[in-house]
Design a protein. Structure first.
Length: 525
């Protein structure tokens, strides 16, 4: 086996730096007091067309809604709008603005949603220039100055906004100076200049944050739509985000929550499960932590308590991936005991050299054992792969393909590498082929670089080396899903109600390349 760096729960906690000096740990949201006037805040998840149709509740916005409600009680009125859920186009936002008349509009954006968000902000400002516009989410990480410089957005939140956003709202509505002491809070001043800050708010005690405000969600509607996993066993599902940060140093990662691992207590996790079950009838939970299994005792405590309280009633899946090479038989048994029926493992590449290059250092043989062991326990096992790292050879591409094809994975998510700005991988791509890196980004009038999207028509790798990576990707996908043993295993373990969705995704991946060549207009849908 490959050697595994000594990253354990203890080392992940003990070796982390001290709390940033601008942390808001001493701030109590309930201590902010009421706002001087009733304030309407609209929280929006924008819609941008993507290759894979999947809608899940906007958990980040629900957390913000809860923090705002805890801080300001009845002096704030909140509306949550998930435009992805309804495939809402830009003109629909005007109707909402006219009906709700928000004082503040906050948008949460992934990189692929950046253009849609900036365009929406222009529409909001055209409708009412006095509306305060706020942008947060993964897209804003380390890009506040750039975003403020190229758009009409008023505030940019970098990192978690649970506490800095309510604090900024309190100061603004109550006529106070916004100041320069709020970590992660960047804004445009009255004179047009911009205040930016490199520190973000780091929450040491996740148990101190309120539960997400799930009252804004139509659970049944989300359950009918394709979601992150589309293998629902429960009638209703919710997402749990029980820890923040990851101590591993994968160089393609945005590192939004830093490398300092913090987690909710097992009691807090159980309390949230109990609340969702008692109030909304939720029986399936998608845990979207970066690395839920880093703290093994907590995992064991959660799963055993779920089995004790609700034996056979709850279902768990892990669509965001868990660290495979720190899993053992005990962990798999505990997951199964609690009701886990599906796990995702992020493999990326099967070659040790590239594992070192991207600083993931995954033990490939241990991961192969975990896939087999989970499959033997009747779990659906999904694998994530990335093709086209800088310097990757054709032989290394084939090695990753062979790993996927010969594995007992139920499903594979096979992506091409898209270098994200402000990551070490982006710098590696620039060093290897600067022009190719420029070509997969778009320069705006100010010369700033923004991503074309999660998946360009022509990948960075194909631009850099001329290898037809998209063709390789689609052929690999077809071979993977046409395996008779895999099809049979999948049919036996997937709920019947989800088969149409999965069949549709198979045809998208296997035939999509040909259809898009013949009918380019299909990409808009």
């Amino acid at each position: 086996m490959n050697s595994i760096p000594a990253v354990t729960f203890e080392s992940a906690i003990d070796t982390q730096p001290a709390t940033p000096e601008l942390s808001l740990d001493d701030m109590s949201l309930s201590g902010l007091g009421p706002l001087q006037k009733l304030t309407r805040i609209l929280l929006v998840k924008p819609y941008a067309p993507t290759p894979i149709k999947a809608e899940s509740p906007p958990l980040g916005l629900l957390c913000l809604a809860a923090s705002l409600r805890e801080a300001f009680a009845e002096t704030v009125e909140i509306k949550v709008l998930d435009m992805k859920l309804y495939r809402q186009a830009l003109p629909n936002i005007v109707e909402v603005l006219e009906e709700f008349a928000p004082d503040i509009v906050g948008l949460s954006a992934l990189s692929a949603e950046a253009d849609a968000s900036i365009t929406m902000i222009e529409t909001i400002k055209a409708h009412n220039p006095n509306t305060v516009t706020v942008l947060g989410g993964p897209y804003t990480h380390l890009r506040a100055g750039e975003i403020l410089g190229k758009s009409r957005v008023d505030w940019v939140i970098d990192g978690p906004g649970d506490r800095n956003f309510p604090l900024a709202v309190s100061r603004y509505i109550n006529g106070m100076e916004l100041g320069d002491d709020i970590p992660g809070f960047n804004y445009r001043k009255a004179d047009g200049s911009c205040h930016t800050i490199t520190k973000q708010d780091f929450v040491n005690d996740l148990d101190s944050l309120p539960l997400p405000d799930w009252r804004y969600i139509d659970f049944d509607l989300y359950a009918r739509r394709p979601n992150l996993s589309s293998t629902l066993k429960g009638k209703r599902y919710a997402m749990l985000f029980t820890s923040r940060g990851c101590p591993y140093l994968c160089n393609y990662c945005h590192d939004i929550f830093t490398k300092r691992f913090k987690f909710q207590s097992a009691e807090r996790v159980i309390a949230e499960i109990e609340y969702l079950y008692d109030h909304f009838g939720v029986t399936e939970f998608q845990i979207i932590d970066d690395i839920f299994n880093l703290h093994k005792p907590r995992l064991k405590q959660v799963m055993h308590e779920v089995d004790r309280r609700w034996p056979g009633k709850m279902h768990f899946n892990f669509p965001n991936g868990i660290r495979a090479d720190i899993i053992d038989d005990d962990v798999l048994d505990d997951l199964k005991l609690g009701g886990t029926y599906s796990i995702n493992v992020a493999i990326e590449t099967a070659t040790p050299r590239l594992q070192t290059l991207m600083e993931k250092h995954l033990d490939i043989e241990k991961t192969r054992w975990v896939i087999d062991a989970a499959d033997e326990r009747g779990m659906l096992v999904y694998g994530h792969f990335m093709l086209g790292f800088p310097t990757e050879t054709e032989e290394e591409l084939k090695a990753t393909a062979d790993f996927a094809l010969n594995s007992r994975l139920t499903q594979a998510h096979i992506f091409t590498v898209m270098p994200q700005p402000n990551t070490p991988l982006y710098d590696l791509c620039e060093q290897e082929n600067k022009q190719a890196t420029i070509d997969v980004t778009v320069a705006d009038e100010g010369g700033k670089m923004t991503l074309q999207g999660v998946e360009s028509d022509v990948s960075w790798y194909e631009r850099a080396y001329g290898f037809p990576l998209k063709e390789f990707q689609y052929k690999l996908t077809m071979k993977f899903y046409l395996s008779p043993s895999r099809i049979w295993r999948y049919l036996r373990r997937t709920p019947l109600k989800n088969l149409p969705v999965k069949i549709g995704r198979f045809f998208y991946f296997s035939l999509g390349h040909l259809l898009f060549k013949l009918f380019p207009a299909l990409k808009k849908f």
